[in-house]
Structure formats: structure tokens, C-alpha cells
Design a protein around this ligand. Sequence first.
Ligand SMILES: [Zn+2]
Length: 259
Amino acid sequence: MPITPADTSRYKGQALITLIYDDGFKSDYDLALPLHLEFNMQAGFAIIASRALDERKVGYMRPADVKAAAEQGVEICSHSYTHQRMVGLDDAALEHELKDSKDAIQAMAGRNVTTFCVPFSQADERVITAAEKHYDMVRIKDKKFTPVETPSDGKLVYSYGLKNDTTFDEIKALVDKAVAEKAWLTIMLHGVVKEKSPQQREFEIDSQLLRQMIGYIKGLGSDTLMPVNFADVRRIRAQQAAPAHYHVGDLFKSFKRFI
Ligand SMILES: [Zn+2]
């Protein structure tokens, strides 16, 4: 059973959470996706076009995996064409990283790709402006929550990265803070290992911790913490901007006050 799409009509100002896995590692497909399916929880994969397309790159999802993940309800995002530092690239190279990756990843996924996750989270105004031309959302790493309603920063999404020494208590504290503040929390992950081990790479987490984290998030219930992908937040913002049926009700209420 694919992941059930988030019911954004149930958004009533509660906290939101997005889990996004960077770089298109095969371990995200093999170990994270089954957990997201088991718990029926939203997930996003940020794919590097050249690595998915290059058969010699071991440890990465191939285009067929990207397509299968999309069909299981995972939101597919672009994480650039070649994953280089974008600040200082000339115009043509910048355009290649942004536009050609979008075209290539859309072709793999068979879906529209509307979010760009900046490699190394290193972006300046020029990179952000260029990315915003091609995408509806641009994720950077700036450890704070992202405003849901009336986004003051336009298309920017902020995110927290997990590391191999991040503990469940640290994750729980962050999630609890988002719940208390009714904020949108985006967590960035990179690859999953089966068991905790000293060989774990800096940004990899183990599948037991991931299970514990997803279990905790889902246990709170979506009326308290709604798991969403980026496209869901765009839908929520559109709903907030044009709540036509609420307006009629409000008008009626104010009318009643006069009679
Ligand atoms: Zn990356």
C-alpha cells in the first residue's frame, strides 16, 4: 500500500513535520522507505541527477528506484545535477544544476519536481533567486522552523540535519518544541544503516533510531503533528490564502450580529 497522501483539509494550525532524505542513497530506499510505508508516513527523497543516472555509482538509487519510490507516495525533489557547491558557479553551470536536474529527475520519477534542496546547504542570494525561478520551494539548512502561513521568506524552507551522534532525546526535544510552537519542522537525513556502528558516516543514522523517531511522530497523531511533504505545505498555504467558504461563514456571523 502506498503512503496515504496527507489530508491537508485537516490542517487547523497544528505543527507540521517533513522528513527529507538527501543524496538519493540506496539505503534510504532499502531501509527508510519500508518504515515510512509501515507507519504510513510522508517522506521526501532529494535526488542528485548524475548519481542516479550513473550505473557505476554504487550505493545510489537508480532511476527505476526513484520511480518506484514516487509510486509509493514519496515526494521526489531535486538535489542538483552534480552536487557541487553552487555559490560562484557561472550562469550556465547554475542553470544546468537547477533546470537540467529538474528535467532529468522528473523523467525518472514520472512526476513534477517542485522543490530544490541546495547541495551542502550553501546558497547566496543569487543561487536562491535562480533556484526560485525553477522551483516552488527551496530548502536550505538554517536551524529554525519555517513559517506556514504568510511565509515571510517566500519559497525558502529551513531545516535541521541529523548526524550519526544525534540521540532520540534530542530529536524528541526538537519535535516537542515544534508541537508546542505549532510550527513546521523539516528534518534532513542522509542514508540509513541497519545497526548502529562505529563505521557509520557522519550524517547516517541507524534504522532503530529512525523507527523510534517515526513511531514517536506518528504516535502524536496528525491533529497534533501532521506529517507533510513540501507539496502539501503549498496546498495548505493556498487553502489559507483563499478560504472562500470561511469568508461566507464569517460574513454571515457578522451579519447576524446586526440583526
Ligand atoms: Zn547532499
